[in-house]
Design a protein around this ligand. Structure first.
Ligand code: HEM
Length: 495
């Protein structure tokens, strides 16, 4: 009897699973054939390819479609290919797609759970409004002297070590961004150029890497989304949470006891704890931690890809050095904030590195209010409803390498950004996202990467070391776009 019940349950389960696989067919939306149980993401489940690589592959296969229907396990998901539709989702119809497909309970992960990236609805809106004043261009000018100091320390650090060894680019850039975030967010010297493994680096090495059991939970939640509400999942390791909380607590106390005012993000948070009774110490800690994790990691990823591309493309490196040298030479061997803003070729090279290697390879939005998809006249699809709760994917990696928008899409050619008319890459080049949910730290991230690279190019000739495995393949597991094997660079002092 039990056997019969189990058989009936399994057969009905299989039947229902297969039934769901007709979801897109019924609506006439094109898409790749799903594999039973895993849907279209088998290569990610088997740790062969990153999700961003997979979405981009699917994006590329369906050249003539505005959207592609796929299955994550047996859940229907939409990949949006059309820039006009992307504009609608991120800007015009934002009220239908205002949340990210990410879930962290702030009672379980109090630091990242309070981060705007993970927050939803009204809570996201009010937190974003609270933090936005910390990222104005005025505030960037405020922290710029700290960034200059850290950049000079970077040059001294490379200088000291380059005789004996070449550098793992990501690690070098991470030391730089950790020091700059330490200075600009916490008002502290993170000592990443002095010690081999200082506390900030230990925290940085572990922050975004869910360990053991948490990684298994993350995988299960991805496969079976209903588990989100049943399984307690955290990204921030417990000991990292304790260390960061202590750093913030001590800094706030020290400032209070000694009446210290510094030009940094912590001062803004400190003021909020004094002026807003709803803003508690745990909020200050969470937002300082948010600045920490978003500030060092994405920027160090971008910076190391930019250095790699400059090392691999000598012509671009030389041209960039001419621009940078001129600015330093005309300003007493310094690079003032206003001068950095004028470096158009540096800006183009930065954008081109972001185009080729966007750290966030895909954006996953959730439909928060049913949305009617209206096809164009030449489409073979009827109008249909994108239901509340459906996940829509914007494949940044797919868009950024689409030959329809970028000629020779796999080549590093900063000139394309110089020649382009304003806004011509809108909604096809969007490394920071678009619309109300776009990256809050874009100004700070761009500033620290550009100043760090400017100081390096001013002082060193860089080349790719033979230890680098080419062509670069992306890590299938890490949540950001990162090479599976490290990029090694050689530095030759020229000044
Ligand atoms: C160059 C480096 C960076 C890149 C490429 C980058 C990219 C992104 C992307 C793609 C998003 C998602 C946008 C969306 O959902 O539409 C995002 C969100 C966010 N980023 Fe960045 N980011 C960078 C640096 C930073 C820095 C330095 C900070 C802060 C110090 C920061 C803070 C945030 C926050 C708070 C969000 C969530 C915004 C929201 O949901 O309202 N980012 N970033």
């Amino acid at each position: 009897m039990i056997l019969i019940v189990v058989l009936i349950a399994v057969t009905s389960g299989l039947f229902l699973l297969n039934l769901n696989y007709k979801y897109w067919k019924k609506r006439g939306v094109p898409g790749p054939k799903p594999t039973f149980f895993v849907g279209n993401l088998a290569d990610n489940f088997l740790v062969k390819k990153s999700l961003s690589d997979l979405y981009a592959e699917i994006y590329q296969k369906f050249q003539d479609s505005r959207l592609v229907g796929i299955f994550k396990a047996n859940t229907p998901v939409l990949i949006i290919r059309d820039p006009e539709l992307i504009k609608d989702i991120t800007v015009k119809s934002f009220q239908h797609f205002h949340d990210n497909d990410l879930f962290l309970d702030k009672n379980i992960d109090p630091l990242l759970g309070r981060n705007p990236f993970f927050l939803k609805g009204e809570e996201w809106r009010s937190t974003r409004a609270l933090l936005t004043p910390g990222f104005t261009s005025g505030k960037m000018k405020w922290v710029y002297p700290s960034l200059e100091e850290v950049s000079r320390d970077l040059v001294t650090y490379i200088d000291k070590h380059q005789e004996t060894t070449s550098f793992k680019a990501k690690e070098l850039c991470m030391r730089f961004t950790l020091n700059s975030v330490g200075a600009c967010a916490f008002g502290l010297d993170a000592k990443c150029f002095e010690e081999d493994n200082p506390e900030f680096k230990q925290i940085g090495d572990r922050f975004l890497v869910p360990e053991g059991f948490q990684a298994v939970k993350a995988f299960l939640i991805r496969m079976i989304p209903v588990l989100r509400k049943m399984v307690s999942f955290r990204i921030t390791p417990k000991d990292v949470e304790e260390k960061l909380t202590n750093i913030v607590r001590q800094t706030l106390r020290y400032r209070e006891d000694n009446n210290i005012v510094r030009n940094d993000f912590m001062h803004i948070l400190y003021q909020m704890t004094k002026t807003n009774s709803d803003f508690k110490e745990v909020d200050a800690t969470a937002h300082a931690a948010g600045f920490f994790v978003e500030g060092y990691e994405t920027s160090s990823v971008v910076m190391h890809f930019l250095l790699y591309e400059l090392a691999a493309n000598r012509r671009v490196q030389l041209k960039l050095r001419q621009e940078i040298d001129k600015a330093f030479d005309e300003n007493d061997n310094t690079l003032p904030y206003e001068e950095l803003q004028k470096l158009v070729y540096l800006d183009a090279a930065f954008n081109e590195a972001l185009r080729l290697h966007p750290p966030v390879g895909s954006l996953r939005k959730v439909c928060t209010k049913a949305y009617t998809y209206t096809p164009k006249e030449d489409e073979m699809i009827k109008s249909f409803i994108i239901e509340e709760g459906m996940i829509v994917i914007l494949s940044l990696y797919g868009l950024h390498r689409d030959p329809k928008y970028f000629t020779d899409p796999d080549c590093f050619k900063p000139e394309r950004f110089l020649d382009a008319k304003k806004d011509s890459f809108k909604y096809v080049f969007m490394p920071f996202g678009e619309g109300q949910r776009a990256c809050l730290g874009q100004r700070f991230g761009s500033l620290q990467v550009k100043i760090g690279v400017a100081y390096i190019i001013r002082n060193f000739e860089i080349s790719v070391n033979g230890n680098t495995q080419l062509p670069i393949k992306y890590d299938p597991v890490y949540i950001l776009t990162l090479p599976k094997e490290p990029v090694w660079l050689d530095f030759k002092k020229i000044r």
